[in-house]
Design a binder for this molecule. Structure first.
Ligand SMILES: [Zn+2]
Length: 328
């Protein structure tokens, strides 16, 4: 499959159809974070930086990948990733023993396999990255995007999930942007409390810091492909914002607009991040399939999709919700 041409006339619906052979229809366009042409500035805590190392934690023989280094409470810390479980954690640097090289079995780890897969063509302009589970799976993953939007968060979605007859905590993956957090601090706090209280089991997905979008531009010049965009800052500034809110940055990334390029895929791979696409948009009539990734917006922009999801969860045989980490 070849990349679709960067044609400004193509709608996202057409691009998604081109990007895969299934019946995936359009994403509902997010309300633009910045309707003008200016790329918003992305500021990064100077000390927060990518690492390309492996290490061992005190008391554990298993190697972890060291993704970031930074100062927290005046002490050096690292963000670590377990390549087998895809779990991230923050540790004081003094509790980590640096390794000189990657462990021998690293290329077989789920993390390394996922990065190798996303660097393998084809690389469609829209919806590159993981769309379906990498192994047979009976359940599906619900991913909820929180793109920048002035509307209230869709509480009906989250409260509906928690009041349905679903196993608790309810697994959801939430792709959160810095632009949304800045406008919705209370809602973000409420979601974290739902997780801490054991009502939701949230896997966070990095959805970029500014999530720039200009509705009049073709996709090939929009989102992170806009001239002047700083993908490293978009990733790292959102991670730092999460840390400041007590959330450990995840190893998952969803491209704003699902729009990317081979160079961007390489970029996020170098930062150790797994790109998450989707295969199901309920508002377009797609069925929920085992091993599928459903995408919907929880930022108030997709009431129809929310309604359909809550209806289908009531009506078997809709597959069970599972955590994103089970997809690898
Ligand atoms: Zn978005």
């Amino acid at each position: 499959m070849t990349n679709p041409p960067p044609n400004p006339i193509l709608t996202r619906r057409q691009l998604l159809r081109t990007a895969r052979s299934g019946a995936l229809l359009a994403l509902l366009p997010a309300i633009p974070a910045h309707a003008d042409e200016r790329i918003p500035s992305c500021h990064l805590q100077a000390d927060y930086r990518p690492l390309q190392r492996f290490g061992q934690l005190a008391g554990s023989p298993a190697a972890v990948r060291l993704l970031r280094g930074f100062t927290l409470n005046q002490e050096p810390h690292v963000l670590t990733l377990d390549p087998e479980t895809l779990t991230t954690a923050i540790h004081p640097l003094e509790t980590v023993t640096m390794l000189d090289a990657a462990p021998e079995d690293h290329p077989q780890s789920p993390h390394a396999r996922a990065l190798a897969r996303q660097l393998t063509p084809p690389h469609p302009l829209v919806n590159a990255g993981l769309r379906r589970a990498e192994r047979p799976l009976a359940g599906f993953c619900l991913t909820i995007d929180l793109c920048p939007a002035p509307k209230p968060m869709d509480y009906r979605l989250f409260e509906g999930l928690m009041t349905h007859d679903l196993p608790s905590p309810v697994p959801v993956a939430i792709a959160v942007s810095g632009g949304w957090i800045r406008r919705h601090e209370k809602d973000f706090h409420w979601l974290r409390a739902c997780h801490d209280d054991g009502k939701l089991s949230i896997t966070w997905i990095n959805h970029a810091h500014t999530h720039f979008y200009a509705p009049e531009r073709p996709y090939a010049e929009n989102f992170l492909l806009a001239k002047g965009s700083d993908p490293t800052c978009e990733v790292l500034a959102l991670e730092w914002l999460l840390i400041r809110h007590g959330v450990t940055p995840p190893p998952f990334f969803r491209f704003p607009g699902l729009v990317s390029s081979p160079a961007l895929l390489e970029h996020v791979s170098r930062l150790g991040l797994i790109a998450i696409g989707c295969d199901t948009i309920l508002a377009d009539g797609d069925r929920i399939r085992p091993g599928g990734i459903v995408l919907m917006h929880g930022n108030g922009n997709e009431p129809r999709g929310v309604e359909l999801l809550l209806q289908r969860l009531k009506n078997p045989p809709t597959p069970q919700l599972v955590s994103l980490s089970e997809f690898f």
